[in-house]
Design a protein around this ligand. Structure first.
Ligand SMILES: C[S@@+](CC[C@H](N)C(=O)[O-])C[C@H]1O[C@@H](n2cnc3c(N)ncnc32)[C@H](O)[C@@H]1O
Length: 205
């Protein structure tokens, strides 16, 4: 991993994703998580304060060492056991059917082969296991989509491979998940091309 992605980007992400405006979405997406949970793209642990007490333990998957170090104060403050357990959502070092639930927040945009990552999540989730997600992606409106396609190459270069235009719900259903809850909306006070959020729960068959 290059030093920009390893050292600089995790600090930018820690500040950009750590804004107060994201907290209600983090609270909502973490609601109902229980048992053994895997979080892909754990980042600097910004979801940790929102983990419910019903979680038994969290396996954190995160490639950037700097992000993991930035999580330290949040890990000290929580009673939920969290262990860094993998580096790449595309190749999870876990047995089949081993997790009750998974969490992904603003990560499916960045993983290079998102289809492979979703297959890996399906493999490690128990049948009926839930993926709780909030992700930005392809906007509902054609006019906004055009800007997303236009800005995508720059976004990818500056933000470590982050795509503006991934169709989150389609990706989940194509991977075989059933969506039981989803809310698609534009986050307030943000440019629409980065603000199209999908927040919900997908169930592994
Ligand atoms: C925009 S950040 C979101 C971080 C965190 N989920 C949050 O909500 O603050 C995307 C995260 O995905 C991580 N990431 C990038 N490639 C990954 C991969 N192949 N597998 C797992 N995580 C990855 C990045 O290092 C980064 O921490």
């Amino acid at each position: 991993m290059g030093s920009y992605r390893e050292r600089v980007l995790p600090r930018i992400t820690n500040v950009a994703c750590g804004i107060k405006a994201n907290e209600p979405m983090r609270r909502r997406v973490c609601e109902g998580l229980a048992g053994d949970v895997i979080e892909i793209g754990f980042g600097s642990g910004l979801n940790v304060p929102f983990y419910p007490a019903t979680i038994t333990r969290v396996a954190a998957v995160e490639p950037a060492d700097t992000a993991w170090r930035l999580a330290d104060k949040r890990l000290v403050a929580t009673t939920v056991p969290v262990q860094r357990s993998g580096l790449d959502g595309q190749s999870l070092p876990f047995a089949d059917d081993s997790y009750d639930a998974a969490l992904s927040t603003w990560t499916l945009c960045t993983i290079p082969d998102v289809d492979v990552a979703l297959q890996e999540l399906r493999r490690v989730l128990k049948p009926g296991g839930t993926l709780h997600f909030v992700e930005h992606g392809l906007a509902p409106d054609e006019r906004v989509r055009r800007w997303q396609h236009r800005f995508n190459p720059v976004q990818k270069r500056v933000f470590g491979g982050c795509h503006l235009n991934r169709p989150i719900v389609d990706l989940l259903t194509t991977a075989g998940f059933s969506i039981t809850e989803v809310d698609v909306f534009y986050e307030k006070n943000a440019p629409k091309f980065v603000a199209a959020q999908s927040l919900g729960i997908a169930v592994s068959p």
